[in-house]
Design a binder for this molecule. Structure first.
Ligand code: TRP
Length: 460
């Protein structure tokens, strides 16, 4: 194998820090920003139910598959496929993952950059009762300088963490940031469910109306599950490559998937009561819901005005922290690839890929009002960021997840993967169920999902 790493490979300090890092990757804008938005757009509790089913039966098995590939090969996704299936084209799947990571990072950092802007705005008490929150949002996202400036700030932070390495960068920062995130989330949740009007919000969110479940809801839930669990592009292969052989991959999967799901559910417990408080209800999806609707309530958050300042600052800080531990994982896939395969230093690799993602991110940043054709792409009817989100945040991940389950189920084989889970005497709970899911249920459902997604594109 041509890719023997020149130095001993970093591993996570312990199983706990690995779980925190992988959960840090999974928990991000997907949970706190996209999950409530998608729930609102797809009928509330019914969507939540379908989402849970997707996480358990498709998400979790694919996550375990990625961990086994990564830990067995101890390589980045490209190197891992080269090692486990030498001389085949499977390495292209790794390459697709690396490219997808850089592209997702490019637009992810745009939204994450907005959270930096909003932390500052909330701190100085911008959101007084009656302010025009839409104008404030458009003033920020439509101004080319601030749109690109915040992107740059956020990208620089991500590069800084990744360049520090697995132990001293990613692990060190997630260990500090994840507990803060959990505390903020619980505090904001308590504040939200004790607001007047919280009850209707909770009913919309938690009482399913089964008649609302249709194909569109299922597709949205499946796409949301992959994105939220960071699956389908080799993030979990890469993070898995740093796991110690003694750690149990099944319990790690349950922890990471469980934490990610719990945080998404909790985020809804913050957003929905807050939106229904003051009788606002649901207005629009997209960035609007968090940046425009939620902020319009801050001014009335008791005790005014300090309540709104604390809640708002806390909320966007939460969003920013969740985002950085995720963007770091998007960048790490490409950095691991370059460090392993091209023997270029971590620092150079981080700067190079971060720089690329920054440049690629500029059209996404400008497509929210600053440049009109990027804001409404001719013939597509979407802004540039939303377009990339659909192509790379949904289709590319669904293709990746399908091929990863085919690889583990049929090419590399569930026997070899199981042996990896059972390394150093670990017990493989759910072995037979998992083998069935990864060989049959995952690839088939993913193929059906993909066909429907693409069909949706063709038929508009
Ligand atoms: N899962 C993260 C979120 O919910 C985003 C993310 C990080 C991601 N790494 C990923 C998504 C890899 C897909 C693939 O915000």
């Amino acid at each position: 194998m041509e890719s023997t790493p020149s130095q001993p490979r970093d591993t996570w300090g312990s199983k706990l820090t690995f779980i925190l890092a992988a959960a840090g990757s999974a928990i991000g804008l997907g949970n706190i920003w996209a999950f409530p938005t998608n729930t609102a757009a797809n009928g509330g509790a019914a969507f939540v139910l379908v989402y849970l089913i997707c996480v358990i039966f498709i998400g979790a098995p694919v996550m375990l598959a990625e961990f086994t590939i990564g830990r067995s090969a101890r390589r980045n996704p490209v190197g891992a496929f080269k090692m486990l299936a030498p001389g085949t084209s499977w390495k292209i799947l790794g390459g697709l993952g690396v490219a997808t990571g850089v592209i997702i990072l490019s637009f992810y950092a745009v939204i994450a950059g907005w959270t930096v802007a909003y932390i500052l705005k909330c701190m100085v008490g911008t959101f007084k009762p009656g302010v025009d929150t839409l104008a404030i949002f458009e003033g920020m996202s439509g101004n080319p300088l601030s749109a690109i400036g915040y992107l740059l700030v956020f990208m620089a932070l991500s590069v800084y963490v990744v360049v520090g390495g697995v132990r001293d960068g990613i692990e060190r920062w997630t260990k500090v940031l994840m507990p803060i995130l959990l505390i903020l989330l619980v505090l904001l949740g308590i504040r939200a469910v004790t607001l007047s009007g919280a009850k209707e919000g909770l009913a919309f969110y938690l009482k399913p109306d089964f008649s609302l479940i249709n194909l569109k809801v299922v597709l949205a839930a499946a796409g949301q599950a992959f994105f939220s669990l960071s699956l389908g592009m080799g993030t979990m292969i890469t993070y898995g490559s740093y796991i110690a052989k003694r750690d149990n991959l099944v319990s790690s999967t349950l922890w990471v998937g469980g934490l990610d799901t719990a945080i998404a559910i909790l985020a809804g417990l913050i957003i929905f009561p807050t939106l229904f408080h003051a009788g606002l209800g649901l207005q629009e999806g997209g960035p609007g819901m968090v940046f425009v609707v939620l902020t319009s309530l801050l001014g009335e958050m008791p005790p005014a005005p300090i309540g709104g300042i604390i809640f708002g600052t806390g909320f966007f800080l939460l969003l920013g922290i969740a985002a950085i531990t995720s963007s770091v994982s998007l960048l790490e896939v490409g950095v691991a690839y370059i460090v392993d395969e091209k023997r270029i230093s971590r620092k150079k690799a981080g700067l190079m890929l971060g720089g690329m993602a920054f440049v690629l991110g500029i059209p996404s940043a400008l497509g929210n009002g600053a440049v009109s054709w990027l804001t409404d792409l001719p013939g597509i009817g979407k802004d540039f960021l939303s377009f990339l989100f659909v192509v790379f945040g949904q289709y590319s991940l669904a293709i990746g997840a399908m091929l990863i389950s085919i690889f583990v189920g049929w090419k590399w084989g569930v026997k070899a993967a199981s042996a990896e889970v059972e390394s150093e005497g670990n017990v493989f709970r759910f072995r037979r169920i998992w083998s069935f899911l990864v060989r049959f249920l995952c690839p088939i459902t993913l193929a059906v999902i993909l066909i429907n997604m693409l069909w949706g594109v063709i038929t508009g």
